[in-house]
Design a protein around this ligand. Structure first.
Ligand code: NOJ
Length: 763
């Protein structure tokens, strides 16, 4: 290796501060192992590949005497060419692989088995966007925990989750995997999910046999793809990255995440896989992140398609030197890293650094001490599909449902009402779980029809008709549905997106109800029957015509296992809906991206009719149809105007903002009380509102409670012109409100650090 590169390598990699991830004894053990490893074995430790099983379809085409796919994979493990395998399960299968790594490879380094358990493993929970609609952080942690228990019982040690991408453009299909549009909600959900995945019951955190390694993804700004088109470039300023897209990753890392996935996309001409600035300067140098960075699926190879690498060899060099430690699926690290090091193009110190990170993570997971700790067929049987997980799936589904409107108190329904359950999403086992499930059995999920029938028992007065297909008219469907509606007291219309319409590579140009279903809704509306829409969706949709004008709308997302039961509970009032939108619903599809924390512009449009030369569309105002944070219950909740302990906040003082929240209705209610802030004048523009805190409270009928939120000067910090945090004195507005567009602002002034002589101007 040329001397200069070696010297540079030593400087860059050896001088890093000692990491606290492993004890001195563990470090010594790692040193020893690294000392013994060949370059090929080192590259092998940085290689994650897809799982194969006995009897793969490809096996049938092999020539006599050739090994099966499984035998080839086992051989690669024995040869130290693979560090980790993903999306395979089963204690017996896992044991075979682990034995090859621990007993049959030269150095006996344990294998990491990983999965994409995005919203459950065997028991499937509501999609993450739905769960975010609960605004229930503790629930998200419990769901992540239950997922970890099921997955670890099947031999898994590494979860390629949570997805912490902020998604503000509803066209992008992967918003369904995250927590929506808001920075604070996304941070809290990210941290909760990481804690749940990594915690383990016995207090040894990752080393517990029921703990998984978490992988916040897709670093960073993947959700900002141009035009909402998956994999598209995201042209994000450093400010927006730091204000919006990076914070959930920081929260996940602060919660202890020790793996992180780099995205497929580019930002401003630099693919994430080549982004030294973000992967090394921000992640490592600024944040002190100690875990591993894994590529997304063959994303190292994609540097060639991006046009920043001539060939795969160069792609490996660029990705590895940018900071991607582990390569997923392509096997390109295995193929090229040894040669790149020998040729002096990659310093061996960088290779050792990445291997060290991987070995530390494996040690932290307890794999060296107990390589079979998570592989136990009896435990697998005992801990899969437990009643406790199922009960949690029901609770999560109940809390994820958002009631957008409820004209004339149509809901809850009377149990003896004759119901026409209509729509392509009314029955059957399809489209309940939502995208990104790997090991589910869709027959486990309860359809809307099954849930309603179970809730109503033998006396159920339900007729069921499909009305239309999801994407096309159903011959005779409209007529049958209209006649069913005419013979019912109330229509429950189950419409929306299919499972395939959201998720990876499922971008849509028109975020609307598919036309065949819209036509069905119009035909039902013409009957004049009171109608409840059950809206199945993985994104915010622009609701139009008869759907928008239905008497009641429940956003039911993809609620998975307990869909029908949770919906029946809410329809009949056994559960009071308590979800709140984690994404703004646009008025029209062409309005996206629409999100509440937007900027004022220099020409804010006044409310009301169109006015020339202001920032609004010709046809509609800029606001959403339903804002972030919106959601009703079956009671009336009123908010008093907030009061402040002072309108003149001293630099070192504490502002207390309080408001009384009253349940003036006749049912108990769970209310998510939201606390928003606006910085009126600052050296850079600030959003019209920012969520600063929120609290879920339950109020009995007639009960009122005073809630207080506090702010100190550092809670008012933002990134100044130089992108460094700064707090500037001046005027601020605060709201305590039930959504991002509700409530009355109250103003206070933050006083300068040093009192300004002769300035006694008070607000
Ligand atoms: C591609 C997806 O972008 C990523 O989220 C996932 O973890 C990998 N495929 C592996 O399944």
């Amino acid at each position: 290796m040329p001397r200069l590169i070696r010297a540079l390598g030593c400087l860059l990699f050896a001088s890093l501060p000692a990491l606290a991830l492993a004890t001195p004894a563990e470090e010594a053990r790692i040193d020893k192992l690294i000392g013994k490893m060949t370059l090929q074995e080192k590259a092998g430790q940085l290689t994650l590949v897809a799982a194969v099983y006995d009897d793969e379809p490809s096996d049938r085409e092999r020539k006599p005497g050739e090994p099966t796919a499984m035998e080839r994979q086992l051989n690669e493990i024995r040869d130290g060419k693979i560090s980790a395998v993903f999306n395979g399960i089963g204690a017996d299968w896992a044991r075979k692989l682990q034995r090859a790594a621990v007993k049959e490879s030269r150095l006996g380094i344990p294998l990491l088995i990983s999965v994409d358990a995005i919203h459950g493993f065997r028991t499937i929970f509501p999609v993450p966007l739905a769960e975010a609609a609960s605004w229930d952080v503790e629930l998200a942690e419990r769901v992540a925990r239950a997922t970890a228990v099921e997955a670890t019982a099947a031999g898994v040690a590494w979860n390629l989750a949570p997805n912490v991408d902020i998604a503000r453009d509803a066209r992008w299909g992967r918003g369904v995997e995250g927590a929506g549009e808001d920075v604070l909600l996304a941070q809290r959900m990210a941290a909760a999910r990481v804690r749940g995945i990594q915690k383990g019951e016995g207090g040894k955190h990752l080393a517990e046999p029921d703990a998984l390694l978490a992988t916040p993804k897709h670093f960073v700004g993947y959700g900002a793809a141009e035009g909402g088109l998956d994999y598209n470039p995201a042209d994000i300023s450093e400010r927006t990255l730091r204000e919006v897209y990076l914070p959930p990753f920081k929260a996940a890392i602060d919660a202890g995440a020790l793996a992180l996935m780099a995205g497929f996309h580019e930002i401003g001409g630099v693919p994430m896989m080549a982004n030294h600035h973000l992967l090394t300067e921000v992640l490592r140098d600024e944040w002190g992140y100690e875990g591993i960075v894994v590529s997304d699926y063959a994303a190292d190879h994609e540097l060639v398609e991006h046009g920043v690498a001539r060939d795969d060899r160069e792609a490996v060099k660029i990705a590895f030197m940018a900071g991607v430690d582990v390569s997923m699926t392509s096997r390109l690290y295995q193929q090229y890293l040894p040669d790149l090091v020998e040729a002096g193009e990659v310093p061996v110190e960088r290779l050792d650094q990445a291997v060290r990170r991987m070995l530390r993570v494996k040690m932290k997971l307890g794999l060296f001490e107990a390589p079979y700790g998570r592989i136990d067929a009896a435990r697998e049987k005992q801990l899969s599909h437990t009643p406790a997980a199922r009960a949690l799936a029901l609770q999560a589904a109940q809390r994820s449902i958002v009631l957008l409107k409820n004209d004339h108190d149509l809901l809850p329904l009377a149990r003896d009402a004759r119901v026409a359950l209509i729509g392509p999403l009314a029955g059957g086992p399809d489209h309940l779980n939502g995208p990104w499930t790997v090991f589910d059995d869709k027959r486990d999920a309860v359809s809307v029809e099954a849930g309603l029938r179970k809730a109503l028992g033998a006396n159920a007065r339900i007729s069921v008709s499909k009305g239309s297909n999801i994407d096309s008219p159903l011959p005779g469907g409209l007529e049958a549905a209209v006649s069913a509606a005419q013979n019912a007291d109330v229509v429950v219309l189950a419409i929306g997106e299919s499972e395939a319409m959201t998720g990876e590579a499922q971008s849509r140009t028109e975020v609307v109800i598919p036309p065949a279903q819209q036509a069905l809704a119009e035909a039902i509306a013409a009957t004049g029957r009171p109608t409840v829409v059950l809206l199945r969706t993985g994104r915010a949709l622009a609701l139009e015509g008869a759907v928008r004008d239905a008497d009641a709308i429940l956003v039911t997302w993809f609620l998975a296992a307990e869909t029908g039961n949770a919906i029946a509970d809410v329809l009949y009032g056994d559960v009071n809906p308590s979800g709140r939108l984690p994404v703004s619903f646009p008025q029209r599809p062409g309005q996206v991206p629409v999100y509440y924390a937007r900027k004022n512009t220099g020409r804010p449009a006044p409310a009301g009719p169109f006015q020339e030369y202001t920032a609004r569309y010709r046809d509609i105002g800029v606001g959403p149809l339903y804002p972030f944070g919106h959601g009703l219950g079956y009671s009336r909740v009123e908010y008093d105007e907030p009061t402040l302990n002072t309108t003149w906040l001293e630099w070192n003082g504490t502002l207390k903002v309080s408001a009384r929240v009253r349940n003036t209705g006749s049912r108990s209610v769970t209310e998510t009380v939201q606390f928003y802030l606006r910085d009126r004048v600052a050296s850079v523009t600030r959003p019209l509102r920012e969520l600063k805190d929120f609290r879920r409270i339950t109020l009995a009928p007639g009960e009122s409670r005073e809630l207080s939120f506090t702010l100190r000067h550092d809670d008012l910090a933002f990134l100044g012109d130089d992108l460094k945090p700064v707090v500037e004195p001046g005027d601020f507005d605060v709201w305590i409100a039930p959504s991002a567009t509700a409530g009355t602002p109250v103003r206070f002034k933050l006083m300068p650090e040093q009192p300004v002589p002769d300035s006694d101007e008070k607000p």
